[in-house]
Write a new protein. Sequence first.
Length: 309
Amino acid sequence: MSRQQRDALDALLRSAPRTETPPTPEEQRDAFASALTRPAPEGVATRRTVLGGRPALELEPDTASGPGRLLYLHGGGYLVGSPDTHAGLAGELARRAGLRALSLDYRLAPEHPFPAAVDDGLAAYRELLSTGTDPRDLVLAGDSAGGGLSVATLLAAREAGLPQPAAAVLFSPWADLTLAGESIRSKEGADPIFTEADVRAYADLYVGAGDRAAPLASPVFADLAGLPPLLVQAGANEVLLDDAVRLAGRAGAADVEVTLEVGPGLPHVYQLHYGRLDEADAALDRAARFLTARLGAGHPDAGRLAPVR
């Protein structure tokens, strides 16, 4: 790992909500933005817009063609992050896939605890469908908390009777807010970013005294039947590894097409280091191919679901 990558990881570590005299949410958001913000890639135009009643960033690569759309949900423990901090990652995935993308500025905790983020994800998804986007032309992607939120959005859409999109890509999804995965402890020494205490502090702020095993908070405990094809990518050196592994296993057991990739020696959301880390570029290329291969094919259950309301 280069010095630049190590500096970025160290800065992210400092932005985590440590339990000893934690900084304010705004201080954490500023630290996170300073550490990880990368602008949209060259050749990707951006425009502010509104989606589902929330601000959003539209990203349009000059490679985009056809009706395909990507809805991106950023990471940050439901506490930090924004479409601006993730313009680089979302834009890079959109550019490689040749898709127009929308990155949603969903509400953050602790000001807006669970289920505010899920409500915003569902509202954004519903508006895309109601304004004419064919679900066969729509894909989702998200990283970390945004990966878990992507699955929660799909579950909420299913419960609302909405058709599923063509596919979803999840980068290091945070899918278990109960922290029951063995890697929360076994990978703590290998993870250069998070400890169990860090992750627990994020969960405390997002769910508080609520049910952390609720399916829309921790989709690893949900019935995943009927979801679209999923690609799950994680690093072997992250405390959330078991979230990705168990989520993929549960999806497969529910007869969902799922591909799990674990990168040896790699940290949480290593895709953020595209252009600096060969494994990140290769992972984004595979993610782009996964999405584009499924666009237009539709989901087998789509025709049996209720129309958009």
